[in-house]
Design a protein around this ligand. Sequence first.
Ligand SMILES: [Zn+2]
Length: 418
Amino acid sequence: MTTPILFKNARVFDGSSADCPEGMWVLVADGLIQEISSTPIAAPHAQSIDCAGRTLMPGLIDAHVHAFASDVNVANLESLGETYRTAHAVRMLGHSLQCGFTTVRDVGGGNYSLYRALADGLITGPRYLYSGKVLSMTGGHGDFRDMSERPRYQSTCACSSGSLFNAVAVIADGVDECIKAARDELRQGAHCIKIMGSGGVASLTDPIWMNQYREDEIRAIVRECEERRSYVTAHCHPASAVRRCVEYGVRTIEHGTLIDDETARFVAAHGAYIVPTMATIFALTELGRELGFPAESQLKMDVAFKSALSGMDAMRRANVKVCFGTDLLGKTYTQQCREFLLRSEVFTPVEILRQATTMNPEMMMMSGRLGCVAVGAEADLLLVDGDPLSDISLLAADGRHLSVILRGGELIKPRSGS
Ligand SMILES: [Zn+2]
């Protein structure tokens, strides 16, 4: 049981409206926001925090992380093993929470075991949603073998229909294997199913422009998720992949880097979401070579880098529902907050704030529960020293301008008693 907390005299950004009321009182108890009022709330047993006019806002949400991606080179992910990857996850998630991210959605490699370690308090980190292993076709973006490697099948695989898998992805080909793999991830608590809908940067053998998975495979996975009241998100760089995935029922596109105006309008018209990931594109363009990113991948990253900001601008012009994600690998995890600055090249502060608060839960089918200051919502809150609606860089300083971080009603910063 955590102590109830009463925020007094706060300026409140509720996650959507740019008109932030001042002098507000907000009561938190049992992990939820219980009461919001413009007049004083009586709560004698609550710990009170005088906000002195500072901005109280929803905790940030990063909809694209990989907790287990301990290295920029996916080959090293395998060779260093699960313990190393877990150690990275602990460090990365701890940092993320201190930056003000109270929820992350892991879209490749996350699992129930890590979720439970967080839920049971063995590790301190954000609220954790995971898609499990990404479904990839053979030779697709989730197939990390290089060209010289001979086919290899693991008959003892506990993952799916005797297929190949690695730390991030499971290989599934054909409708039957795709259905089985999707069902098995959902069985293990996957929040959604992610598929590799196009070529990618970190994989070695697939061109970035390539569409991946056939229509029948994608539609079959979408149907499984709909039955589960979940959804499919697809990794896509090229415009063609974005368009066909949305046409086949995919709810969310990850990256969308090489999108054009026409495709952006198509996405907007279908009400689909895109999670651009600027932080990883910039971080790896700058540091990839030094951190051991393979030369083949670096060449593909140059293609993504050239279109990253203009692609996001096409999304803005078409009024696409843009979400907030970072996709950082290995040591670049420290650049998570940089996403706010990179987006400010295209979006206004309030637009970026909405992406990282209300838009992400809408995409995740969790509106009203996460990413908002509203009665009944999870008490994930930040108290910002200053006004992030006029200065977004306040959120880009690794938590230095956050005097309070609350996750699920629990005081993360300052620590209780301090
Ligand atoms: Zn990713």
